[in-house]
Design a protein around this ligand. Structure first.
Ligand code: HEM
Length: 467
């Protein structure tokens, strides 16, 4: 066991451990729609390992709405996907439809202040503080940094080279998110952060499920994951301490510098313009959340997109022409269509704090409701010829509200949605303006679950040929 543990890391694990074991109230099975009856452990494994086949199979067997039971503690999850039901879930009262509770398993890593974990007033406040770093003005400020990093990455590829695009996209999006979160900083600190963030992203579901049990922390994978957290915290707290001393915060556009300047107006003494700033722990939790949520997700979407383009020379030619003439709208449609066909995240979940009615079904407090992205995106009535890759559907106003939901919705909609689309378009433009992309022989792909994302099983191998 690591001896030199920051007390703040220790405290976080102690406080978050019980939460990560589960928070649901008991629900009577008679109060939720029917679904499979096998044990919660088996259903959880099916959801983690085979969700792309299992969820559609349940839909065929049980109809539009069905319930599954998952770990921890065999909580009930009622799965919806019709646009009118999705709308009701996203528009649900945030005091009743909690999202943070469903993410409690991430607690020991993300921390109790994380935007992903908090609800109600706390969520509103955290969102208000983080939002300025992701509004239109801020996004324009990141554009040239992203372009520069994309150029360096694409410039390092060899003509005729074949490689796993997921690996390269992961490396690139990690650089981008490190810059967004920390700004230009000491290269030696970035070098320390890269492997620590990567290892955190790659923590297995078993390790997450095991956080709740203190004794496991002494064993192999749990001990290594804990030590990685200790090391990651040490670097982040050191960066926070150093940045607190900086005198140029207001001319910096990274998230950390912005967050160091924000003050809670609500807490301000009467007559004074500034209230309390964020504590080191609050800052750490939000920075780690953004590093983890904003990195592999975008890389996965990009890898699937390159796979789809490499597979079909006609689609590749259209996208390449768009890249050359700088048609960002078309490139964005390509990215969106790929995210429709290959949802990066399978579902979004809300925990009901009070009874609620969705689609006319009365559900008890304590149940969880999910909007299934997999089912919403493969619905034939919402997306005719749903198995066909056709970016044009996003150009003609064909895609109706609540049928394309890769970023969730309502007050919890992904805070990085605009950012990741902008980043994705910039990267596609750089790749396609430089290279022809094709697939090596036999490079078919299936989705595989890695952490919570659905990645291309074989890494989306592509071959690039300079034009
Ligand atoms: C293709 C890329 C991405 C996908 C598919 C994705 C997907 C999602 C989804 C499905 C949610 C849950 C929404 C809900 O519950 O309704 C979410 C939330 C979130 N995402 Fe993303 N995301 C992506 C990129 C990013 C990026 C680039 C960042 C940060 C820079 C980010 C940060 C977050 C955060 C902080 C939340 C929690 C928001 C809240 O609870 O208020 N994501 N994302």
């Amino acid at each position: 066991m690591t001896t030199d543990v920051d007390p703040r890391t220790e405290k976080r694990f102690e406080r978050m451990r019980p939460m990560s074991r589960g928070v649901s109230r008991r629900v009577d099975p008679a109060d939720v729609p029917a679904g499979p009856t096998y044990p919660a452990l088996l259903q959880s494994i099916a959801l983690m390992r085979f969700r792309h086949r299992w969820i559609p199979r349940l839909h065929r067997k049980y109809g539009e709405v069905f319930s599954i039971r998952i770990l921890p503690e065999g909580r009930w999850l009622v799965v919806f996907h019709r646009p009118e039901h999705v709308r009701e879930i996203f528009a649900g009262d945030p005091e009743v439809f909690h999202a943070g509770k469903g993410n409690a398993i991430l607690g020991p890593v993300m921390g109790e202040h994380s935007l992903l974990l908090v609800d109600s007033a706390q969520h509103k406040r955290a969102r208000r503080l983080l939002m300025p770093a992701f509004n239109g003005h801020a996004l324009r400020g990141y554009a040239s940094m992203i372009e520069g990093l994309a150029k360096t990455e694409v410039g390092s590829w060899q003509d005729g080279q074949g490689f796993r695009s997921l690996e390269r996209m992961n490396a690139l999006t990690l650089e981008v998110i490190l810059q967004v979160v920390f700004g230009v900083t000491d290269e030696s600190r970035l070098a320390e952060l890269r492997p620590l963030v990567n290892r955190t992203v790659n923590v297995s579901p078993a390790v997450f499920l095991g956080w709740g049990f203190p004794r496991l922390q002494r064993l192999g994978p749990w001990r290594r994951a804990f030590e990685n957290q200790v090391a990651l915290d040490r670097v982040i707290y050191a960066e926070i301490a150093q940045r607190r001393q900086a005198t140029d915060l207001d001319s910096r556009s990274d998230v950390l510098s912005r967050l160091l300047l924000v003050r809670d107006q609500d807490d301000a003494p009467a007559g004074e313009g500034s209230g309390r700033g964020l504590s080191d722990e609050e800052l750490r939790d939000q920075l780690v959340t953004l590093l983890l949520a904003g990195h592999e997700t975008t890389a996965t979407a990009l890898a699937w997109t390159l796979h789809e383009l490499g597979k079909d020379p006609d689609q590749e030619r259209k996208a390449r022409d768009a890249a050359v003439r700088g048609d960002e709208e078309y490139l964005e449609a390509v990215l969106k269509e790929s995210m429709r066909l290959h949802p990066v995240i399978p579902m979004v979940v809300r925990h009901l704090m009070k009874p609620a009615t969705i689609g006319g079904i009365e559900l008890p407090a304590g149940a969880n409701v999910a909007a299934s992205i997999i089912l919403a995106h493969s619905s034939e009535s919402s997306h005719p010829d749903h198995g066909v890759f056709r970016p044009e559907r996003f150009l003609g106003g064909e895609v109706a509200a609540n049928t394309w939901i890769p970023f969730g919705g309502g007050v919890r909609r992904c805070i990085g949605a605009g950012f990741s689309l902008m980043e994705g378009v910039a990267v596609l433009r750089e790749v396609l303006a430089t290279y022809d992309v094709s697939l090596p022989a036999g490079a078919q792909e299936q989705p595989k679950v890695r952490n919570i994302t659905s990645v291309p099983r074989r890494g989306a191998r592509i071959v690039v040929k300079r034009r």
